[in-house]
Every structure is written in structure tokens, then in C-alpha cells.
Design a protein around this ligand. Structure first.
Ligand code: NDP
Length: 249
């Protein structure tokens, strides 16, 4: 059986770290990327290798194309042919109305959340597509329930960037459907991670959980389980789907 190789962007913390750990348990050689938290990324890699898995961490800013090219080239050299990409890295900024947002903030959000995912998807397609001599693979993009709700009064910029992720997922899935590549998205609801602190409200999950039919926030592992299913052959007829992991929200 050929080697399974996965890139998880933003794998140093939160949802990405859980995807990396589950991926390694599922037999993938895992490359996580991170931006600032080298110590956290190293801890994820150490945890995986101590459990007998294979992992590396590469610093790569999703807003910088040359960093993304370096990330993929390093994986080519260290692990060989890529079979799975999880576009997980994403940012949220302090909650505010649109009339208070400046262009620089909108640019940061869109560059990291959508341009980074787009460039990573492009690099993955170059490696996976049977059109380019590849053997296929799977891509999962991490969107958000905000793509549907719109984040009014809090972060319409972030929600719009996630709406773009959904559209990228649907379009790319169709484009490469006959080339051995499946493309899907997972749309988490409110999940207990540090992203809410950067949104200016560390306790946000507990504040909004009354809006969740299951009356609780989600755990990063519950999102990771959905991602691993979409990457696996069990989802062999699933492409272009947007899977909500929201406790029913
Ligand atoms: P965290 O803030 O916990 O982790 C974010 C990760 O992304 C970190 O690994 C961080 O690296 C990395 N990162 C941030 N900016 C960049 C960048 N410019 N380049 C490369 N890596 C970067 O977030 P979550 O785990 O909560 O979120 C993961 C994904 O899930 C995001 O796309 C988010 O939008 C989405 N999501 C999360 C929800 C939630 O409630 N938590 C709900 C819906 C969607 P470092 O550690 O180095 O900073």
C-alpha cells in the first residue's frame, strides 16, 4: 500500500492539532504548518512521534506565497507524494461592526483565510491530479457556520472569507472530480479553542451555547473526526459537500 501523506495548515493548536493527531493515528505521515507558536508545533510533533507516528512542523505564513511553496516542497522531499490536504489555518479578529473595520484588517482576514487556502489547494492539485501524473487525493477546507449566518455585528469580514471557502470547495470539487481528487468542507459551529480570544471574547463559546440545539460547545476532536472521515475512502462518493459540525445549529 502506498504511503499516506497529509498537510494540515495551522496544526500547532486547536482544531488543526487534533486533525494532525488523528491523522497520524490513521497512518498518515503528517506535516503541520504554524505561524508563531514553534513550541506548540514541536509539542504536537513530539506527541505524534512518541506514539510511533511520523510528523514534522514547518513555519509557513498562509499570507505569503513563497512560504507555501516551501511548505509543499519540504513535504515532497521528506515524505513523498501528498495524498491529503487540510486547509485549516484561519484567523478571526476583534468583534466589531463593518463601519469600524479598516481595509488592512479585511486584507489580513482574506489573505490568510482564503488566499492561503487557494494557494495550498493549487499546490495540492499539482501533485494529486491524474492529469499531472498524480494518483489522486483528498482536500478538506475548514469553513465555518459563519458562512451561513454571516456574523452580523461581529465579524462579517470573517464570515465572508468563509463563504469564499465554501465556493472554492464547490467549484474545485467539480473541476477536479474526474482527476482522482475529492474536495469537501467542514463547517464547525462554536468550538472550544483559542481563536475566540483573538476575537476579543475568550468565553464566547459558553455565551452562545444556548443558541446551539445540543446546548454545548464542540470539542476540536469532534471536528477532526469529521475531517478524517471526509479524507478517508469511506467518503469515496462524497465531493463538493459542506458538512456542518455544529451541534445542530
Ligand atoms: P486557533 O486560533 O486555535 O489556531 C489557529 C491555527 O492557525 C494555529 O495553528 C495558528 O498558528 C495558525 N495560523 C494563524 N494564522 C496563520 C497564518 N497566517 N499562517 C499560518 N498559520 C496560521 O484556531 P481554531 O483551531 O479554532 O481554528 C481552526 C480553523 O477552524 C480556522 O480556519 C477557523 O476559522 C475555523 N473555525 C473555528 C471555529 C471555532 O469555534 N474554534 C468555528 C468555525 C470555524 P500559530 O499557533 O503559530 O499561531
Amino acid at each position: 500500500m502506498s504511503k499516506k501523506v497529509m498537510i494540515v495548515t495551522g496544526g500547532s493548536r486547536g482544531i488543526g492539532a487534533e486533525i494532525a493527531k488523528l491523522g497520524a493515528l490513521d497512518g498518515y505521515a503528517v506535516c503541520i504548518s504554524y505561524l508563531r507558536n514553534k513550541a506548540a508545533a514541536d509539542a504536537v510533533v513530539d506527541g505524534i512521534t512518541q506514539a510511533g507516528g511520523e510528523a514534522i512542523a514547518i513555519v509557513a505564513d498562509m499570507a505569503v506565497e513563497s512560504d507555501i511553496l516551501h511548505l509543499f516542497q519540504t513535504v515532497d522531499q521528506k515524505f513523498g507524494t501528498l495524498t491529503a490536504l487540510v486547509n485549516n489555518a484561519g484567523i478571526l479578529e476583534k468583534q466589531m461592526r463593518v463601519d469600524q473595520m479598516d481595509a488592512a484588517r479585511m486584507q489580513r482576514i482574506f489573505t490568510t483565510n482564503i488566499l492561503g487556502s487557494f494557494l495550498c489547494a493549487r499546490e495540492a492539485v499539482k501533485r494529486m491530479s491524474t492529469l499531472h501524473g498524480g494518483s489522486g487525493g483528498a482536500i478538506v477546507n475548514i469553513s465555518s457556520v459563519a458562512a451561513r449566518t454571516g456574523g452580523p455585528g461581529e465579524y462579517v469580514d470573517y464570515a465572508a472569507s468563509k463563504g469564499a471557502i465554501d465556493t472554492l470547495t464547490i467549484g474545485l470539487a467539480k473541476e477536479v472530480a474526474t482527476e482522482g481528487i475529492r474536495v469537501n468542507a467542514v463547517r464547525p459551529g462554536v468550538i472550544y479553542t483559542e481563536i475566540h480570544a483573538s476575537g476579543g471574547e475568550p468565553g464566547r463559546v459558553d455565551r452562545v451555547k444556548s443558541n446551539v440545539p445540543m446546548q454545548r460547545g464542540g470539542e476540536a476532536n469532534e471536528v477532526a473526526q469529521a475531517v478524517l472521515w471526509l479524507l478517508s475512502d469511506k467518503a469515496s462518493y462524497t465531493t463538493g459537500s459542506l458538512l456542518d459540525v455544529t451541534g445542530g445549529r
